[in-house]
Design a protein around this ligand. Structure first.
Ligand code: NAI
Length: 340
């Protein structure tokens, strides 16, 4: 029986990379029935009143899974970010973003293989902002004991299940003594209580940035609150060849939304040149997740087929322009399918 998945094409390059990803996943043999729902500016263009329509949220809740293209968020206006809202509404508390160097992709380092686990529901992205007086604005950073423990437990469990050896928590508790202080205290306590087999360290975020660009291979799994995790994801993408090769997932107790780290890239939208690989890699994460959730090894076989195909394509320099190749978005998808 087919598995229902919501496909959110999104904005800008979103529809282009979504079609490419869908084509590759279907060709891999994965038995998926896609239902398209809109979010972002595409939702407004489709006549919805909200950037994130209730019908989109309801269907993701019902199916428990979505593959999502990027959504544009207007800067500095009344609309809240679709992504922040989506993650909060569905309680997708863990953003998991693997970063690894890939043969054939030019990058500054060899052998980078790390995973960022980002708390996805609180911190400065809680959206509590006020203009308390003319010319004076505040943004409230939220850290709760329950969310901090929950994400720490998720990150340590992730390490154990995948044979990862070390977890580094990034923080600024020397300045934000209460919020970041709570975040690292929870991580430390979760470690000491249940995960002493995993090496644990705490690194102040500014020093962590320096260490990351000096030698990213010293890190394994990184745990961070919302804002630091967001920024660190793009920084790390830059270490391994850019946003075109960085997938991601947002995981909750009741479902998951898979999406690339990159945004809607308005500068190249509509030209057919966007790299769909990060969304395709997010699709691979989705198939692996489905395999575990549904206990069906066939999804993992499809994921492996796709992964082998893009590893080969990259090694043979069959890539899009951002990676130095010449292929367009759909041509790259076809190049993968040819290699199945
Ligand atoms: P961006 O990631 O869209 O673009 C940054 C640079 O990377 C641009 O030069 C772009 O052309 C390039 N790029 C990104 N993805 C690419 C791809 N697949 N292939 C080739 N080149 C690619 O970041 P930016 O410009 O900061 O954000 C644009 C919009 O996207 C904003 O409205 C932002 O809010 C939104 N955004 C949405 C996200 C999501 O829906 N998950 C995540 C990040 C940003």
């Amino acid at each position: 029986m087919s598995t229902n998945v919501v496909l959110i094409p999104g904005d800008g390059i979103g529809p282009e990379v979504a079609v490419a990803a869908q084509r590759v996943i279907d060709a891999s043999g994965a038995d998926i029935r896609w239902t398209v729902r809109h979010a972002g500016e595409a939702a407004l263009a489709a006549g919805e009143k909200q950037l994130l329509p209730q019908s989109t949220l309801d269907l993701i809740s019902e199916y428990g899974i979505a593959l999502k293209g990027p959504c544009t968020t207007p800067i500095g206006t009344g609309f809240r970010s679709v992504n922040v809202l989506l993650r909060k509404s569905l309680d997708l508390y863990a953003a998991v973003r693997p970063i690894r160097t890939m043969a054939g992709v030019k990058s500054r380092y060899d052998n980078v293989d790390l995973v960022i686990v980002r708390e996805n529901t609180e911190g400065l992205y809680a959206g509590i902002e006020n203009e308390i007086a003319k010319g004076v604005c505040t943004s409230i950073k939220v850290a709760t004991d329950s969310a901090s423990r929950r994400i720490a437990d998720y990150a340590f469990r992730y390490c154990r299940e995948r044979g990862r050896k070390k977890l580094s928590v990034f923080h600024k508790a020397n300045i934000m003594k209460l919020t970041d202080g709570l975040f690292i205290r929870c991580a430390r306590e979760v470690h000491d209580a249940s995960y002493q087999d995993i090496e644990y360290e705490e690194v102040i975020i500014d020093a962590a940035c320096m260490k990351m660009v000096q030698d990213p291979t010293r890190f394994d799994v990184i745990l961070a609150e919302n804002l630091y995790g967001d920024i660190m994801s793009d920084l790390c993408a830059g270490l391994v060849g850019g946003l075109g090769v960085t997938p991601g997932s947002n995981i909750g107790e009741k479902g998951a939304v898979f999406e690339a780290v990159h945004g809607s890239a308005p500068d190249i939208a509509g030209k057919g040149i966007a790299n769909p690989l990060a969304l395709i890699m997010s699709g691979v994460m989705m198939l692996n997740w489905l395999s575990t959730q549904r206990g069906d090894p066939r999804f993992r076989e499809c994921a492996t087929r796709i992964r082998n195909a893009y590893d080969r394509a990259l090694a043979e320099s069959a890539t899009t322009r951002d990676l130095g190749g010449t292929l367009g978005t759909l041509e790259f998808a076809e190049a993968l399918i040819k290699r199945f």
